[in-house]
Design a protein around this ligand. Structure first.
Ligand code: DC
Length: 233
């Protein structure tokens, strides 16, 4: 059966990764969370003294950028792909609020984007990839056979993220989660380099009032049209 790439873009906490994982599992494709790579760079700058008075020390980041190693490894125990930074598993650390607060320092930097986009393009070369992010259908895989642009109301997205963090035992209040989501939306829309845009050929899914299985059925319908019938995994 023809293998394709699937691009999923949208704001933070739009359910992109839920859909991406469902599709990857169903199709036996590789799921790649491009946001994790931006989070790994944010963790790097936090841990290496490259944030001074809340500002990024960009000259020093650019000096070391080529030497920062970011990748994914499959964990057989959890059956999940985990994010690695310079030889360390950082999957847990990149999901906290501190990284969420700092990621907008690094995500607009063109050199950071160029490095990560190059890595992401290489990951999709053999096809059979579902990747989620902000610029996947427009910049990383402009030739993806199927593209989705996901949306949901900000209050719904903040509540989902709040519940997810609480579920992982993170102490956080709803107002700061909403504030962080709104700030990252603003960065996604306004940054000069690769802002969040709906690709002209993307299918838009507003999942504010959809269950994840309803959303999956809609998305799978589009995928099936692109590659032919897919049987149950
Ligand atoms: O998907 P996420 O919330 O984990 O992404 C973390 C941050 O990285 C988010 O604030 C936007 C940024 N990002 C990006 O600029 N481009 C991508 N392809 C993916 C994420």
């Amino acid at each position: 059966m023809k293998r394709i790439n699937i691009a999923i873009d949208g704001f933070s906490s739009c359910g992109k990764s839920t859909l991406a994982k469902q599709l990857a599992h169903h199709l036996h494709y590789t799921y790649i969370d491009s946001g994790a790579m931006y989070r790994a760079v944010a963790l790097y700058v936090i841990e290496n003294g490259l944030v001074i008075d809340g500002k990024l020390d960009k000259p020093n980041l650019l000096r070391v950028l080529d030497r920062i190693h970011i990748g994914f490894k499959h964990d057989d125990a959890t059956q999940r792909s985990e994010t690695w930074l310079d030889g360390h598993n950082v999957e847990h650390r990149i999901r906290g609020m501190e990284v969420s607060r700092h990621v907008t320092l690094v995500s607009p930097v063109p050199e950071v984007r160029a490095k990560l986009v190059q890595l992401q393009k290489a990951m999709g070369r053999e096809r059979g990839v579902v990747m989620d992010g902000r610029d996947i259908g427009t910049v990383v895989f402009p030739d993806a056979e199927v593209k989705f642009y996901m949306t949901a109301r900000p209050d719904i997205r903040a509540m989902r993220r709040y519940n997810e963090l609480k579920g992982r035992g993170v102490v956080v209040d709803y107002a700061s989660v909403l504030e962080n989501i709104e700030r990252r939306d603003d960065d996604d829309l306004k940054r000069a380099a690769d802002p969040l845009l709906k690709a002209p050929d993307a299918f838009e899914i507003d999942n504010s009032d959809l269950t994840s299985s309803e959303q999956f059925d809609i998305a799978l319908g589009h995928v099936v049209k692109a590659i032919g019938v897919v049987t149950e995994a």
